[in-house]
Structures are given as structure tokens and as C-alpha cells.
Design a protein around this ligand. Structure first.
Ligand code: NDP
Length: 295
């Protein structure tokens, strides 16, 4: 059996078109939903993410601004920039690109963003709202994108055994919360694994839905996958590859070729979860503009 491919690119294009419609409606009423991204330093990977978010915003008809600050920006200066954006009624969503340089306290920065503009869903208020199932929560874009992918691909989570590998605040923990909540893409029986889990392959093999977010290339093999399971690969890892112009290729945390022969459905890397993440940032920004009174 060869697994069905869950095409994140196509699903993300669908969501982005829906967001663009919502944006057009608001623009017709005189409000342009707008996202500002703040990038401190010149980390090349962060630069790529920030540029692709800006491009996606503009394609959806949203306002988009990027504030680039030098790597040695004092923490107080960054906090002052956030205060200014919090007070600016033309800015509906604020993203502080992580990681910030080590002299800056990331927690302090994330807590400074107005929870009503926190479209990354990292502020403790939104983290709490996600756990509570509050519909006004901003869900972190990656787990939110996975939820949308499951719903739009017709994958039933209700009553399913879902195993999430990885317990980061960015992906694993919010993913587990969302899967266990009542509602669409919820009602699953959830197990969370991490580096101290005993018998990881055995635990993964019980999963009807296996979501892997650990950051280790090709870590999950076919022996850890139940036949017919849905496998969502969040990992993005670079493997040296002299045949590629950039000298590397991107692979996930799942051994794609072997696992696709066992799984029922699987996401590719690239082209799976990544595009969904960007689409959900846009969706959250539209939601922020709507909640801020633009509806
Ligand atoms: P973190 O490094 O923050 O967390 C990794 C998690 O994996 C930790 O909970 C860690 O366990 C667990 N882990 C590490 N090694 C093992 C192991 N051998 N066995 C079991 N668990 C293990 O990573 P993120 O959650 O931020 O990201 C994970 C991956 O997803 C990365 O490749 C990242 O690039 C990618 N990513 C992709 C996105 C997308 O849009 N596609 C968005 C966000 C991330 P412990 O807590 O015990 O240390």
C-alpha cells in the first residue's frame, strides 16, 4: 500500500484564498488587516521565514510591514517597539521572529505583545485560552495548520489514538491540547512522547494519527508506524546533498519513502505542514482584525 499524500501546498492555497476573500470584505469597509513582523539580528533562516510571511500577506491583500533591528538592539528598545505596535490601531497582528539574540529575554518579549495582536499564540493568555478551548484564542500556527489539514483531508480524529512526538511549547504541547478538546479535529485520545519516553516505536505504533515534531532527520521509521495510520511530519532538517545547488536538501523527522509504504496518509517535507503554518498566520491576522472591531 502506498499512502495518500496530504498536499499542504494545495490546502494552504485554499486557505489563503479564503483569507483573501475575508480581507477584501474588510478592505471594502475601510479596514485593511495588517501584520507587522519584527526581526532582531540577521539569522538567514529567520530572514527567509520573515520574507515569505510578508509575501503571503501582500498576496492576501493584507498590510505587511517588517521591522529589522540590529542584533545588538538592547532589550528595552525592542520592548519599546512592541509598545508602539500595541498602541497602533492600524496594526492588527504582531510577530516577533524567534529566536531573539541571547541578551534578550524571549519570554519577556513574548509577554509584552498585546494578547489581542498575538497572532503567533505565544502569550500566556492565548496559551491558556487554547487549553480552555476558548474560541477567541489565537492557536499557534503550526498545530492550527495541522488541525485544518486533518479536517480538510477528511481524517477522523474523534475516538482515534493520536500520538504526538515532541513536547515543545511551539508545536507538541499545543498540538496535544487541540487534539484532546471537543470539536472538529479534536476528541482524540492523546499520548505525548519526548526524549525520556520508553519504547518510542511501540508507543508510536499504537497511533491512528502520528504527529512528529522533534527536529531529527528521518528519525521515525516504518517500524514505528501502524499500517494505515495518518503520519504528519512537522520536522524540517537539512541534510548535506552535493547534487543540490544549495548543497543540502530538506527532510522531515519521518523516513518518508519507507513510511509511505505502511501509512494510510502522509505529509511530504517540504510541501506538507510548512505551507499550512504560513496560511494560518494569515488566518490569525484576519481573526485579530475582526476581533479588534473590523467586522
Ligand atoms: P524543539 O527542539 O523545541 O523540541 C523538540 C522536541 O522533540 C522536544 O520535546 C524533545 O524532547 C523531543 N525530542 C528530541 N529528540 C527526541 C528523541 N530522540 N525521542 C523523542 N523525542 C525527542 O523543536 P520544535 O518543536 O520547535 O520543532 C521540531 C521540528 O519541527 C524542527 O525540525 C523544526 O524545524 C520543525 N518545525 C517546523 C514547522 C513547520 O512549519 N513545518 C514549525 C515549527 C517547527 P525533550 O522535551 O525531552 O527534550
Amino acid at each position: 500500500m502506498t499512502a495518500r499524500l496530504l498536499d499542504g501546498k494545495a490546502l494552504a492555497a485554499q486557505i489563503r484564498a479564503e483569507v483573501a476573500e475575508g480581507v477584501a470584505t474588510m478592505v471594502a469597509r475601510g479596514i485593511r488587516p495588517a501584520l507587522t513582523v519584527v526581526l532582531v539580528g540577521d539569522d538567514p533562516a529567520s530572514g527567509v521565514y520573515v520574507r515569505s510571511k510578508g509575501k503571503a500577506c501582500r498576496e492576501a491583500g493584507m498590510g505587511s510591514d517588517t521591522i529589522l533591528l540590529p542584533a545588538d538592539t538592547p532589550e528595552a528598545e525592542l520592548l519599546a517597539v512592541i509598545d508602539r505596535l500595541n498602541a497602533d490601531v492600524t496594526v492588527h497582528g504582531i510577530l516577533i521572529q524567534m529566536p531573539v539574540p541571547p541578551h534578550i529575554d524571549a519570554d519577556k518579549v513574548l509577554r509584552r505583545v498585546d494578547p489581542a495582536k498575538d497572532v503567533d499564540g505565544f502569550h500566556p493568555i492565548n496559551v491558556g485560552k487554547v487549553v480552555l478551548g476558548d474560541p477567541t484564542a489565537f492557536r499557534p500556527a503550526t498545530p492550527y495548520g495541522i488541525q485544518e489539514m486533518l479536517i480538510r483531508s477528511g481524517i477522523e480524529t474523534s475516538g482515534a489514538n493520536a500520538v504526538v512526538v515532541g513536547r515543545s511549547t511551539l508545536v507538541g504541547r499545543p498540538m496535544a491540547s487541540l487534539l484532546m478538546l471537543p470539536g472538529p479535529a479534536g476528541n482524540a485520545t492523546v499520548t505525548v512522547c519526548h526524549s525520556r519516553t520508553r519504547d518510542l516505536p511501540g508507543t508510536c505504533r499504537r497511533a491512528d494519527i502520528l504527529i512528529v515534531a522533534i527536529g531529527r532527520a528521518n528519525f521515525i521509521g516504518a517500524d514505528a508506524v501502524k499500517p494505515g495510520a495518518t503520519v504528519i511530519d512537522v520536522g524540517i532538517n537539512q541534510l548535506p546533498d552535493a547534487t543540490r545547488p544549495r548543497g543540502y536538501r530538506l527532510v522531515g523527522d519521518v523516513e518518508f519513502e519507507a513510511v509511505r509504504e505502511v501509512a494510510g496518509a502522509i505529509t511530504p517535507v517540504p510541501g506538507g505542514v510548512g505551507p499550512m503554518t504560513i496560511a494560518m498566520v494569515l488566518s490569525n491576522t484576519l481573526q485579530a482584525a475582526t476581533l479588534q472591531g473590523g467586522a
